[in-house]
Each structure stands twice: as structure tokens, then as C-alpha cells.
Design a protein. Structure first.
Length: 305
């Protein structure tokens, strides 16, 4: 029977997406990027003048991102370019009066002036003034901007899910390696039980031979305590439980990064105890491999949301 591939629902904290749009005489580009972080740190770079945009952007991002250093950038450009000139009624009236006065005075002196053109009058100071076109309804503009933000956040989460799937596969392989090493540790511990028992019996006999007055029962109790301290069964059992918990987290669609970090600390604690209690080179080597694999897994977990 073929074993089905495990389902990895891990989401990465790292992602990027961008989207361009245009409406209401504006063009814009949304950019959303994120890297790993201890908590949720959202930084917004938004243009001024669009009422209510910032809280709505914060709410939209908060619905899809639980953790990470996230930057949202909106570049907004008005399409109509330079300000448009507009004739000033008062300025035009004053200019026409001045031109008529000049023409009259020139005629009194027998001078003939060239016909005055409209462009000449417009060039006079005060005849025209710069006029900025009315801005569109910011409510309508905000609506289309937020609609595009929803789309770019969907793309952003898609990139995080893709990277998360690869990340989950790496972590799952490391969990498999930890499971194999745990099984090897159990086999090594079971294989050395007869040797440990023989060593304890020999130690008990040496104590009795060297100290005939010693209470054999008391000596046996002390040796039994030493045997219990050297037993790694509990550590192996806890490692086995942690492995099952790690696989459950990999299949959980909710943000599990913090839980995984705590679990990796428990993995490390059991591996350290296993090494300290090993009593054999084989078991020590297995424990060191466990610690190395767990450290590699912890590095990957730093990117899990």
C-alpha cells in the first residue's frame, strides 16, 4: 500500500505582490511585502487626502496576515498633469482698459500700432491664473483602491502559501529524520539493557566484596536509582509525542509559528537530556544527530507564520 503524501498547510511569513490600476483620472500601484518577525508589525505608506483609507487598509491586512513585518505601499498619480490656465475677469478687464488707453494715446500722437492679438493680452500679468481641476470623489476612488488591495492581498497570500508549502515539506522531512533517530535511540537503549544490568550486578558484587558490613539491600537501592537516572525511556516517549504534535501543526491551516517555536524548545530539551544520560558512544552520537536536526528545524520554523 502506497503511503499518501502528508498535507502541509504551513504559511510562510515572507511574501511579495504588486498590482497596478487606474480609475477616476488616477493611476496607482499597490505593493505588499513581508519578512519574518516575532509579532505583527504593519507599516503603511499611503497618500494623503483619501479619508478613511488607512484604517480600512489596516483592517484588510489584519484579516489575512497574523504575523510578520509587513509593508504596504500605495503610489497614486493624477493623470491630468499640469494645472490648467483660467482667465481672470478682473485681470482681463484691467488689461483691455490699458490696451485701449495705449491705442488712444498713440492715435493722439499720430502713431499707428499693430493689431492686438488675444495671445498678447493673455501674456499680460494678471489676465490668467492657474487652476487645479476639481478632485474626483474620494469615496469612489477609495472604493476602487480597496478593491484592488483585496486582489493584491490574495496574490500576496498565494506567494506565502507557495513558499510555505515548500517550507512545510522541508520541516516534515526534518521531523521524519527526528523520528528515525528517536527509533534508533530506542533500539540502542534496548540493546544495552543487558550490558547495563550486568554492569550493575558486577558493581553490587564489588561493593559487597570490598565492604562486607554494607547492607546489600541499601546498596541495591542506590544502584537501582543510578539505573533509573540512566534510563532514557521517558525522553524517547516524549520525543515520540513531540513528533506527533509537530505533524499535527504542519497539517493545521491556522498560524502555528509560535506553537512550533515552543515545540522545538521541547525537542531540544529532550535531546539534551538524552545526551547527558546516554552512557554509551552510540547513544551519544544519536543524541548529537538529534540536536543537529532539531537546530536545522528551528531555523526553518523562524519563517512560519
Amino acid at each position: 500500500m502506497v503511503k499518501p503524501d502528508p498535507i502541509h498547510r504551513t504559511i510562510s511569513m515572507t511574501g511579495f505582490a504588486s498590482l497596478r490600476g487606474a480609475a477616476h483620472n488616477h493611476e496607482w500601484m499597490w505593493e505588499v511585502r513581508a519578512v519574518n518577525g516575532k509579532g505583527m508589525d504593519l507599516r503603511l505608506r499611503l497618500p494623503d487626502g483619501i479619508g478613511g483609507l488607512e484604517p480600512m487598509v489596516r483592517a484588510a491586512v489584519g484579516q489575512v496576515v497574523a504575523r510578520g513585518n509587513v509593508t504596504v505601499n500605495l503610489k497614486l498619480t493624477h493623470n491630468e498633469g499640469a494645472d490648467l490656465p483660467r482667465v481672470s475677469p478682473n485681470g482681463l478687464t484691467a488689461a483691455l482698459i490699458a490696451v485701449a488707453h495705449i491705442q488712444y494715446e498713440a492715435g493722439e500722437r499720430g502713431l499707428t500700432l499693430a493689431p492686438t492679438r488675444a495671445s498678447d493680452i493673455m501674456a499680460l500679468r494678471g489676465v490668467t491664473e492657474q487652476h487645479s481641476p476639481d478632485l474626483p470623489d474620494t469615496t469612489a476612488l477609495r472604493t476602487v483602491l480597496l478593491a484592488d488591495l483585496t486582489r493584491v492581498l490574495t496574490d500576496f497570500n498565494s506567494t506565502r502559501a507557495t513558499e510555505g508549502a515548500a517550507l512545510g515539506a522541508v520541516i516534515a522531512a526534518q521531523v521524519d529524520r527526528i523520528e528515525a533517530l528517536t527509533a534508533a535511540a530506542l533500539a540502542a537503549a534496548n540493546a544495552r539493557r543487558p550490558e547495563v544490568a550486568a554492569a550493575l550486578k558486577a558493581a553490587l558484587q564489588r561493593v559487597i566484596d570490598s565492604a562486607p558490613a554494607a547492607d546489600p539491600n541499601r546498596v541495591a537501592q542506590e544502584l537501582a536509582l543510578l539505573a533509573i537516572k540512566a534510563d532514557v525511556t521517558e525522553e524517547i516517549d516524549r520525543l515520540t509525542a513531540h513528533i506527533a504534535a509537530a505533524r499535527a501543526l504542519l497539517a493545521d491551516p491556522a498560524p502555528v509559528g509560535r506553537k512550533f517555536e515552543f515545540l522545538s524548545q521541547e525537542f531540544t530539551r529532550e535531546a539534551n537530556t538524552l545526551c547527558s544520560k546516554s552512557g554509551s558512544t552510540i547513544l551519544t552520537a544519536i543524541g548529537l544527530d538529534l540536536k543537529h536536526t532539531i537546530d536545522q528545524m528551528r531555523e526553518q520554523i523562524q519563517n512560519v507564520e
